[in-house]
Design a protein around this ligand. Sequence first.
Ligand code: CA2
Length: 150
Amino acid sequence: MHPVYVLNGPNLNLLGKRQPQIYGHQTLADVERECHELAARLGLQVRFLQSNREYELIDWIHEARDIGSAIIINAGAFTHTSLAILDALNAFEGPVIEVHISNIHKRESFRHHSYVSLRADGVIVGCGTEGYQLALRRVGSLLAAGTDGK
Ligand code: CA2
């Protein structure tokens, strides 16, 4: 089975340990466990990854080109800066869902623009860590329908 890549960018390893008023109390390990549980119920497999390094996220997007069925990505602050991540996502052919735990549009103006959104088939913002579950459900529907959501 081709796994769904769930990619997490810089500082998301701190989830649940700092700024709970913005990002909630769940840790990234909690989110990962919930993703695996839901994926099993949906008949999907998940490869859940986090890196603070831009090149590593890009390498995983390339890997997903070869063996992944879909990408769910919270690129963290790289969302707002990384043309390189956008280029990598543009080379991926399956569904891409962008997730942000906080509502980036309610925050500082520098968070309002997303390079990832220029490629994403769906965007989930401001739903807390539940956004990952919502994204996984959407990926499940798109894969079952054999469409990429475009
Ligand atoms: O809301 C989101 O999911 C973000 O992608 C999170 C990024 C931020 O730069 C984006 O604008 C929106 C930051 C991730 C940092 O996560 C932390 C979690 C806990 C404590 C400190 C940082």
